[in-house]
Design a protein around this ligand. Sequence first.
Ligand code: THU
Length: 130
Amino acid sequence: MTNLELIAHAKNAAENAYSPYSGFKVGAALLDADGNLFCGCNVENSSYSATICAERCAFVKAVSEGKREFARIAIVGGREGDYSKPCIPCGVCLQVMSELCDDDFRVLLCDGDNVVEYDLCDLIPIPFRG
Ligand code: THU
């Protein structure tokens, strides 16, 4: 799957966001090492702290299906269908990714019509390891 196709899946997933409190929709499209696709969206809660981010939604779906090897994730976020600005994953999601992915796991974001790519280790260089 191309990076642009993966971004398109993330945009579709964002349309399922349940975000009545922030009005901010996030979508994530995760590819595992075998090319299986897992999509997620943010699911907010009136307690705020119980909110689940799109990225963790996608990872929990994949891990709960027995997947453990991951290749790439595309993430989009925005208001009113505008996903053109890069949506940097939050620290909690980066920590979860660092638990489950290698340093060279690729994180793809939208920047206008372009796709910008990062290695996970550049976004979270020193994760908590306990
Ligand atoms: N959000 C995500 O889904 N992923 C992130 O990495 C950062 C934030 C969601 C949580 C909340 O529903 C909304 O974006 C605004 O913070």
